[in-house]
Design a protein around this ligand. Sequence first.
Ligand SMILES: N[C@@H](CCC(=O)N[C@@H](CS)C(=O)NCC(=O)O)C(=O)O
Length: 290
Amino acid sequence: MTDAPYTPPKVWTWDKENGGKFASTNRPIAGPTHEKELPTGKHPFQLYSLATPNGQKVTIMFEELLAAGHTGAEYDAWLIRIDGNQFGSGFVDVNPNSKIPALIDRSGDKPFRVFESGAILVHLAEKFGAFLPKGGEARAETLSWLFWQMGSAPFLGGGFGHFYAYAPTRIEYAIDRYAMETKRQLDVLDRQLANNEFIAGKDYSIADMAIFPWYGGLAESAIYGDAGTFLDVQSYKNLQRWTKAIAARPAVKRGRMVNRTSGDPAGQLRERHDASDFDTNTQDKVEARS
Ligand SMILES: N[C@@H](CCC(=O)N[C@@H](CS)C(=O)NCC(=O)O)C(=O)O
């Protein structure tokens, strides 16, 4: 790894450590690296995840469904640390793409998998008839913003976040390129939220749940170190208003705690198997007992 201009070889080969964060687990091939079965709990839904923004989308959805009285949405949330566990054989069976979150729906006769956070949100919304309008313009608008998030966040996370916070050297060209795109995305949201209470209009939906962990997290300056200052997130006033409203929802607060492994131990519920876990099994309490 050097800062010198790079002349790519004719054919790329995987023969170097790039030194960046996650470098030791990134690989150019798919498939499992080792045999490892996944645990199964008692609830209809088995979630295998971590409280990254993509993981939080789904735990927020489960907590919102339960808060809205959908008792069939009970779930076990198992912790998958992405330091190699995403390449265990059991996990790869649930998500061939080796990324959290991944879900097994055991609510029917035959269990089946759902992977990709957006697909999981749509699956749960349709199953419970919640947080996704049934048809027409409102459904189209909600799905449009959901897919906007799925397409846009890789520029924020894989682009801006990677080159600003994780790359071994700070490359001006890369940071400029992705800061430009991220600020454009923040402006897209800010303009949409100028005339709409929620992302897709007057109702809270899976579009809010998908967008909040990424762009709300950025607006709160909760991700990528001092990126919030660098991108001047406070200047996006409508995004700030929406972020505060979503963050204050009790189900969102709970959803952000599930499968969390960093920060205040009182805010970490590493595995969730029962609603009472939020009172009894947060990491501060687990550590106090051990
Ligand atoms: N498009 C996927 C992205 C999932 C994703 O990128 N997950 C990350 C954590 S946020 C992951 O598991 N990374 C592990 C790896 O790349 O090996 C989704 O929305 O579910």
